[in-house]
Design a binder for this molecule. Sequence first.
Ligand code: ZN
Length: 99
Amino acid sequence: MKNNKLQADYIKHSITPLDYYRHELPDAALKKHGWNDGGLCPFHADNKKGSFRVNIETGAYKCFACDASGGDIIGFTMALHSLCFVEATSQLADDWGVY
Ligand SMILES: [Zn+2]
């Protein structure tokens, strides 16, 4: 049984933020480097693109309208689905076939 930190590192190593955000944010035109326009923010009732940014190298995200932010795709999964850390890593592992 892996501990939580190892599990998290393994997931972050196995799922690239670019693939993850292309899946989660299908309307965003993501480029391959650094901070990208993430399209409509999933954390508030957004109707105007331009506030929500994702970093496709680190997985960090930030909304300048509602202040949602996090440092990686696990943080994004936790916030989006209201999961705790362990639940989020399990869901990512299941969804992406990472074991
Ligand atoms: Zn927002």
